[in-house]
Design a protein around this ligand. Structure first.
Ligand SMILES: N[C@@H](CCOP(=O)(O)O)C(=O)O
Length: 496
């Protein structure tokens, strides 16, 4: 009997085992699935010298059950032990007095690869375990990085079809080119006139739509998600918290058991939530420093307890974080409050009125562990320049936000606790902004890649080399209100 069960943050979903949780992707009540069991306390000493594959195996097993450990090992080996990542899956570099965990060494040069190289294996594993005969249609909303990583992960995977929606004017030119040139016989990439929140909202609605459910049944298809709403996206992300921590231990930068801070550039909040799970599993994380761009709704939330989405949406030079409805905050509130009724009423408030406010005792608990801050676009560019000049480390626009927010925290608090910043993407994915930051000159995206390389000597990730030469295969752009229709069209085509 598998005792690792998952329930919804909103309390109205029967409990599911790991495979059903992965396949279903989201709670049937619109909530997000969370573990309904005490998380294993990991023995840090036993993890200290493990390879990435072995560490991932240990962590995954905690969420599936000991009896499936060897199967987990085989999946982790496929994801991290072959040729998708370099030998050092997550290098931890030093930039001045901070440590930077480079999560962008995978096939699409963004941290989403850390989970999306494993999620497709979870998915096929679960399809098989459940004897599922239907095809799964994976939906993803993206503000730039998830889309490409999900496409790359799921392309040509048997039994799956993937459809990605991205804001046509809301991602970097490189991110867009990565998606619209995607090959594979089961992929669909659709631009929308709208923003990420529009795409995410429609995708969430698709899961709740009884008309779509009927259509799916008729065509022997079911829906799942490649976004961090799927618990299968979060679990693999726990591993790099442990791994980067152990790298510092093994380099004698910290003692085993010493507390550290993590700084996380945040949008949909999945990256941070994985850290919260790592902390619950015994990783000595003292604080999470949550970094935002001008869409600073998370900063306001952590400072005031009020989540107010009734505000202007900005397009910024850190587009992957251009998000106002940060899905995984729901999981955090659930985990801190342990009260699904409360979560449901907050989410009802958010959906109906665009705002909710948590109780003061809950805020106090959250503020014990979370600090938050944000940078505007000029500050992002200044930070890239200063960091490069002072340390020689080249940040992308999102990681620069993490770096800048951390530096401000360090200055104002005087807190010198060792800190790891999660680097979420290669600087070359945002080359025009990065080049502008370094030189104050504007170049087109592809010229900026070359020029930034000339200036810094930082290697250009292979997947971005000659990206501009690739054939454009996906040109479709639709209105944000037509997303559900587009999904239904694809369901019909899938069974042809
Ligand atoms: N920043 C993301 C937005 C979606 O986040 P996810 O972690 O829920 O997939 C992106 O780059 O698409």
């Amino acid at each position: 009997m598998n005792e690792k069960k998952y329930v919804s943050t909103r309390g109205q979903q029967r409990s599911l085992d790991f495979c059903d949780a992965i396949l279903q992707g989201i709670g049937s009540d619109g909530g997000l699935l969370v573990p309904d069991f005490e998380l294993d306390q990991k023995d840090l000493k036993a993890l200290q010298h493990l390879s990435y594959v072995d560490m991932a195996t240990e962590i995954m097993t905690s969420f599936v059950g000991e009896q499936e450990k060897e199967e987990m090992r085989a999946l982790c080996q496929k994801a991290y032990g072959q040729n998708l990542f370099p030998q050092e899956v997550v290098p931890v570099k030093q930039a001045g007095d901070v440590f930077i965990a480079e999560l962008f060494q995978g096939p699409t040069a963004a941290f989403k690869d850390m989970a999306l190289s494993l999620l497709p294996h979870f998915m096929t594993y679960s399809l098989k375990k459940k004897g599922e005969q239907r095809k799964v249609m994976i939906l993803a909303a993206t503000s730039g990085d998830t889309g490409k990583a999900a496409l790359e992960g799921f392309k040509d995977v048997d039994g799956t079809y993937i459809q990605v929606f991205y804001p046509v004017d809301g991602v970097s030119p490189i991110q867009k080119q990565q998606m619209v040139t995607q090959t594979g016989n089961n992929v669909d990439v659709v631009g929308i006139q709208g923003n990420f929140d529009d795409a995410q909202r429609a995708v969430k609605q698709a899961f709740q739509s009884s008309a779509l459910k009927d259509l799916c049944d008729e065509h022997h298809v079911f829906l799942s998600s490649a976004n961090s709403i799927n618990i299968g996206r979060l679990i693999p992300q726990i591993v790099y918290y442990f791994y980067s921590y152990m790298t510092l231990v093994n380099k004698n930068e910290i003692r085993l058991g010493e507390s550290v801070h993590f700084t996380i550039p945040s949008g949909n909040f999945g990256n941070c939530l994985a850290g919260v799970l790592a902390k619950k599993m015994g990783l000595p994380i003292q604080k999470f420093i949550v970094a935002s761009n001008k869409n600073n709704i998370l900063t306001d939330f952590f400072r005031t307890g009020k989540y107010d989405a009734r505000r202007e949406f900005y397009k910024t030079n850190a587009p992957a974080m251009d998000i106002l409805v940060s899905s995984n905050l729901e999981r955090l509130v659930y985990m801190m409050a342990q009260d699904s009724q409360k979560v449901k009423s907050y989410m009802d408030d958010l959906n109906q009125n665009g705002v909710y406010e948590i109780s003061s005792d809950l805020l106090e608990k959250i503020q014990d562990v979370f600090k938050a801050g944000w940078l505007n676009e000029d500050e992002v560019l200044d930070t890239i320049k200063t960091c490069f000049e002072q340390t020689g480390y080249l940040l992308d626009t999102h990681t620069a936000i993490g770096y800048g927010v951390y530096k401000e925290y360090q200055k104002t608090s005087g807190d010198e606790t060792k800190t790891i910043i999660l680097a979420t993407a290669s600087p070359y994915k945002f080359a025009d902004s990065v080049y502008k930051a370094l030189t104050d000159q504007s170049l087109s995206e592809y010229q900026a890649i070359e020029a930034a390389y000339e200036k810094t000597g930082v290697d250009i990730p292979k997947p971005l080399v000659q990206l501009d030469q690739k054939e454009i295969l996906h040109q479709k752009v639709i209105d944000k209100d037509d997303i559900i229709h587009e999904i239904s069209q694809k369901i019909k085509e899938m069974s042809l």
